[in-house]
Design a binder for this molecule. Structure first.
Ligand code: NAD
Length: 318
């Protein structure tokens, strides 16, 4: 039986999702993330699925005359030109529930690494520098205040683990109110300045938007306690990396952690990599086996749109 649809995948994904697509679609992969290359591949595709790399620009959308749906493997729609999507009447589906657990757990992992000085301790151990047990004095999470910038799915899950597991009081900054989660987690909604002043650990979980670019900058960093830690779990440009580097170099805050960077992939020239009070990972907080499988289920919603059914998670319809 001929396959009815053609789908362009920007990157490979978990076999559970690929198998769904291959049953009904001719699947092709992006040759590169160069806009002209992509334009050359989209003329007859019904759907594209984007992951972390590349962008779905206005020109790509214009060149894809049969395009009906764009799937985002994961969350964060900043690489898709949503205005162009709207003009063309193309649907966007994504997997908003797929990776909140893995990103929230990753925050806890980095926060514990910073608080307990695990990276330095591991380096010391491998050098048989036993004396490190007296030099590397950690701090506990229990009872420390967590400030969540952007109290959405990931922010709330992070708060849940920290509140239930470590008895951490929660403050959050978000233009939306979340009365149910607030009650469940005994959380307090505050303005951004109060959050930066009060929190011992700050988790950045707001989306990258024109108004959130460099939201965390020198002015905000100056408000932080010298004992506080700042962690970026959202997108590199939400914080001004140069300002964070300066605060870390001058030891004005206790430490920082990140999964995301202003320039990705990171290069050896990035000054964060030279700092002992920084821990980081290469944009992989959503990459657990479980989350990868759940994110690949974007394929199910892409097929729903192609077959004229209602998708579970369409952008703008929640
Ligand atoms: N590191 C990774 O691999 C990874 C994985 C998944 C998501 N993310 C990032 O995390 C972000 C959050 O994901 P989510 O699933 O929790 O999204 P979400 O939409 O559920 O939550 C985002 C929250 O941010 C709030 N917000 C919007 N503008 C704000 C502003 N100016 N100030 C403060 N808060 C603001 C929203 O009201 C919402 O409550 C995504 O946008 C994405 O960029 C990163």
């Amino acid at each position: 039986m001929g396959k009815k649809f053609k789908v362009l995948l920007y990157e490979s994904m978990h076999e559970a999702g690929t198998a769904l697509l291959e049953g009904k679609c001719h699947v092709i992969y992006a040759r590169s993330y160069d806009e002209n290359d992509l334009i050359g591949q989209v003329a007859d595709v019904d759907a594209v699925i984007i992951r972390a790399n590349g962008a779905v620009t206005e020109k790509i959308i214009a060149a894809a005359s049969k395009l009906k749906v764009i799937g985002r493997h994961g969350v964060g729609l900043d690489a898709i030109d949503l205005a162009a999507v709207k003009r063309r009447g193309v649907k966007v589906v994504y997997t908003p529930q797929a990776n909140k657990e893995s990103v929230a757990e990753h925050f806890v992992a980095l926060a514990l690494m910073l608080a307990k000085k695990i990276r330095l301790a591991d380096i010391a151990l491998r050098q048989c520098h036993w004396q490190a047990r007296y030099e590397l004095i950690g701090t506990e999470l229990r009872g420390k205040t967590l400030g969540v910038l952007g109290f959405g799915r990931i922010g709330q899950q992070t708060a849940r683990i920290c509140h239930c597991g470590f008895g951490m009081p929660i403050v959050y900054y978000d233009p939306l109110e979340y009365p149910e989660a607030q009650k469940e987690l005994d959380a307090r909604q505050v303005d951004a300045k109060t959050l930066f002043k009060e929190a011992d650990f700050i988790s950045i979980n707001m989306p990258l938007l024109p108004q959130t670019k460099h939201f965390v900058n020198a002015k905000m960093l100056k408000l932080m306690k010298p004992t506080a830690f700042l962690l970026n779990m959202a997108r590199g440009p939400v914080w001004k990396e140069a300002d964070v580097v300066k605060a870390l170099q001058e030891k004005r805050i206790a430490g920082a952690g990140s999964d995301v960077y202003e320039v990705e992939p990171i290069t050896a020239a990035n000054p964060l990599l030279k700092l002992d009070n920084f821990v980081g990972t290469p944009h992989m907080s959503a990459h657990t086996e479980e989350a990868m499988m759940r994110m690949s289920m974007v394929a199910r919603d892409v097929l729903c749109v192609l077959e004229g059914k209602d998708p579970e998670y369409a952008f703008g319809s929640e």
